[in-house]
Design a protein around this ligand. Structure first.
Ligand SMILES: [Zn+2]
Length: 425
């Protein structure tokens, strides 16, 4: 099966034109409408799942530094769901080199502006430490992405109440200028935070043996609050739409679910809602194949396998047969939609592409536009994902045990406890 790079890019461009597709906004809903229409054209039965979220929107943000008698503005973005400053707050800056309770710098932050190197990691207790320090505002430098652009960072939905300090990010390298030449800072953030809703688009192609576990293909149609979000994740959505089209015309023993999720950017809230919905019987699925940020022009395709070593070996064999360049790895990751399926005991393969050790240099910045996506690279991911899906949908018995090894499950449970919106099962 060939996948036309131009056809994949058409989906990417259409979704980019709706951007940013921030969760709970009309743009996210328009992106959902787009995927629903495309999946209906494939001939699938399409439904929507609406679920509650806390939505946010930036009305105003500004950071200024005083140099002599002049105030200079820095480019800034609010952290998603940031409390507002109610006007401007002004104070001396305190450099906080790491955000943990034992850092003495936090004790000097009251009513000042904390300039924090790095984020809060996977531990919400670090946000509590920031709140206890009572700074007037916090200016974060995302040290995962040294850039001249500000990064749009957001929190897991379950943590949004823990961000009790008005918080923004500025470009990493502007942070260097601040430390070289410290000055008084002014911060203004005005965010709307309110109850809202998001939705999943769920298409099902019924197989000849609906009792056999289905194969679920996934990507997310929402995005962060800035830019065109081409790679994250219009590329994955393009793969799901085109794979659904290709699979509609092949003999299928198993059901194929093609799903585009909403609200992934706050820790896969849509995927979690899907897995928690009784009627979906997600725990009975055979395998999930997830596509998220898989189009980097120059980079390395990775297949992250959560499941038995036999699944990893099987994926490896399929890819070797295709002659595609893919790194196959075994691990657990909470950072895309497959995570809550693995928490329900369903093995998963996540296709993504990286272009440096830290991930993708344009990640969650205005830089993530069509120019960073390679049509051929994206077509290669689509071919690879399709080859796996086609083998599985026609199989009577899965070529690997359908389970998550205990060591991986233990790590999944820990992440679920600390990061998920709902309690672990
Ligand atoms: Zn993503």
């Amino acid at each position: 099966m060939t996948f036309e790079p131009r056809q994949l890019m058409r989906h990417v461009e259409k979704l980019c034109d709706l951007s940013p597709r921030l969760t709970g906004t009309p743009s996210e809903a328009a992106a959902a409408d787009y995927t629903a229409a495309a999946l209906e054209r494939v001939g699938a039965e399409v439904t929507r799942q609406v679920f509650p979220i806390t939505r946010w929107e930036c009305r105003d943000v500004a950071v200024e530094v005083r140099r002599g008698h002049q105030w200079h503005s820095l480019r800034a973005l609010p952290i998603g769901h940031s409390p507002s400053t109610r006007g401007v707050v002004e104070g001396d800056m305190v450099v906080v080199e790491h955000l943990t309770a034992d850092n003495p710098a936090l004790r000097a932050c009251a009513d000042k502006i904390a300039v924090v190197l790095g984020m809060w990691g996977e531990d919400a207790a670090n946000l509590d430490s920031l709140a206890r320090a009572k700074p007037a505002a916090a200016v974060f430098l995302d040290d995962r992405l040294p850039s001249y652009e500000p990064v749009q960072d957001s929190l897991p939905m379950g943590w949004v109440d823990k961000l009790r300090v008005p918080a923004v990010t500025i470009p990493y390298f502007e942070g260097w200028d601040l430390v070289r030449q410290p000055g008084r800072l002014r911060v203004r953030v005005d965010c709307l935070v309110e109850k809202g809703e998001s939705q999943n688009v769920i298409a099902r192609l019924v197989g000849s043996h609906p009792g056999a576990g289905g194969i679920l293909l996934s990507a997310h149609h929402d995005s962060v609050a800035i830019g065109r979000a081409a790679d994250d994740d219009a590329t994955g959505v393009a793969c799901v739409l085109e794979l659904a089209r290709a699979l509609a015309s092949v003999p299928r023993r198993r059901d194929v679910w093609a799903v585009t999720f909403g609200c992934e950017e706050h820790l896969s809230v849509g995927a979690e809602a899907f897995v928690r919905e009784e009627a979906h019987q997600a725990h009975r699925l055979a395998t999930v194949i997830n596509f998220d940020s898989c189009g980097s022009l120059f980079g390395r395709t990775r297949a992250l396998v959560t499941g038995e070593p036999a699944l990893q070996r099987w994926v490896h064999r399929q890819i070797a047969r295709l002659g595609e360049q893919v790194v196959v790895e075994a691990d657990v990751s909470p950072y895309s939609d497959h995570f809550f399926f693995t928490a329900a005991g369903v093995p998963a393969v996540w296709f993504y592409r990286t272009n440096f050790v830290g991930g993708r240099w344009y990640h969650h910045q205005a830089l993530d536009c069509e120019e960073v996506v390679g049509p051929e690279a994206l077509a290669s991911v689509a071919r690879t994902g399709f080859a796996l899906a086609r083998e599985l949908v026609r199989s009577e018995r899965l070529p690997y045990p359908r389970r998550i090894p205990d060591a991986q499950l233990e790590r999944i449970r820990h992440l679920e406890r600390t990061m998920a919106t709902w309690p672990p099962r």
